[in-house]
Design a protein around this ligand. Structure first.
Ligand code: SF4
Length: 372
């Protein structure tokens, strides 16, 4: 099984915190869509497996004319062997969703949505510089539910504006729609973002880590009560609604990333496309793909496995550590985890090392401590 990720690098406006590759200049959309289709053709030998997931991410893929989505799905189906029940996800922003689009997307084969809701509070949405308001957020979920059963609501917690009471309102509002899936991310401050710039100039205060941890605890508690499976640190699903595409990343399955800045993985190497729309188009037109590749060393593969597996509910499989990396590494890892076990940050169930709820608050730090 393998997946295809398609990066659509256009947005209406720049969100305060955004660190993804995108442009608000939409002039290049037609050329870029053609370039992505050509990249799929040029790199058709990258994946030998059947395609079981296709994911349109960005940027804002829902900004594309629906005819472009139809075109790209059709081209991929012509080039690759695509399973008939392939999960095809479209990331969409609430202000792009209307009945006509939903009908067209469904006809094109889209069968899952990742909705960039982020908050149901107008003041916070404005602060984030999102292009939608709370009313549109709620309306778009109602519309989605008319046509699709499989969708995810994305929310952000821990922002400077969000009180714990506000966060509970956001969670309860999301749950009132009975969504099959939620992705909830802690706000982070990245250096080259508008938010990063304002925090460094002290125009906006820094993140309150303690409040963010409280909000993560509120989230885990509320979603556990609501019956969600916390299957990855930022992802919660009702039974059988885990994202197949994202899960394949965490299971080290192979994927091909198309479009500027998109990453690919084929088991031993990682590669990534140039993060510049004009140069990407030019390179594809000249049959001269601008791709950087990194061959992963055994230690890099080990650390990557530790980091990714620890974030999932399955945890680190000690059998895999022994089989892939040897008994010496296994013994060393067991030694490293002792203190975390004693501090109740991780627990061992049979041959699996998993984060406790306390440990989930410090996932990145624990992973870093376990690195080789
Ligand atoms: S819509 Fe998404 S990709 Fe675009 S600026 Fe906002 S967060 Fe970034």
């Amino acid at each position: 099984m393998a997946g295809i990720y398609i990066h659509i690098p256009f947005c209406k406006q720049a969100c305060l915190y955004c660190n993804f590759h995108f442009s608000t200049n939409k002039k290049l959309i037609p050329q870029l869509v053609n370039a992505i289709a050509k990249e799929a053709f040029l790199r058709q030998d990258y994946l030998t497996e059947t395609i079981e997931t296709i994911y349109f991410g960005g940027g804002t893929p829902s900004i594309l004319p629906t005819s472009d989505i139809v075109f790209l799905i059709d081209e991929i189906k012509k080039i690759f062997e695509v399973n008939s029940n392939t999960e095809i996800t479209l990331e969409a922003n609430p202000d792009d969703i209307d009945e006509a689009n939903l009908v067209a997307w469904k006809k094109a084969g889209i069968n899952r949505f990742s909705l960039g809701i982020q908050s149901f509070i107008d003041a916070e949405l404005q602060w984030m510089n999102r292009s939608h308001n709370a009313k549109q957020a709620k309306h778009c979920i109602d519309l989605i539910k008319k046509y699709f059963t499989n969708y995810s609501i994305d929310l952000i917690f821990g922002s400077q504006l969000l009180s714990n009471e506000d966060w509970l309102v956001n969670i309860k509002t999301a749950l009132s729609f009975n969504p099959p899936h939620l992705s909830c991310y802690a706000l982070t401050i990245e250096e080259k973002t508008v938010l990063g710039n304002k925090v460094s100039k002290k125009v906006i205060s820094n993140i309150d880590n303690e409040k963010q941890a409280q909000q993560f605890n509120i989230l885990m508690k509320e979603l556990a009560i609501a019956g969600f499976h916390h299957y990855e640190i930022s992802n919660y699903a009702q039974p059988n609604f885990e994202s197949k595409h994202n899960s394949s990343y965490w299971q080290s399955k192979h994927y091909l990333g198309l479009g500027p800045s998109a990453h690919s993985f084929n088991g031993s190497t990682r590669s990534w496309n140039i993060a510049n729309n004009a140069l990407y188009i030019q390179s594809i037109e000249n049959n001269n793909l601008q791709i950087e590749t990194e061959e992963l060393t055994t230690t890099q593969q080990l650390n990557e496995y530790i980091m990714i597996a620890l974030r999932t509910s399955g945890g680190i499989n000690l059998n895999i550590i022994e089989e892939r990396f040897g008994v010496t590494i296994l013994l060393e890892l067991k030694n490293k985890i002792t203190a975390w076990l004693q501090a109740n940050h991780i627990e061992q169930k049979n041959n699996f090392i998993q984060l406790t709820n306390l440990g989930k608050l410090y996932a990145d730090g624990i992973a870093a401590d376990l690195f080789f």
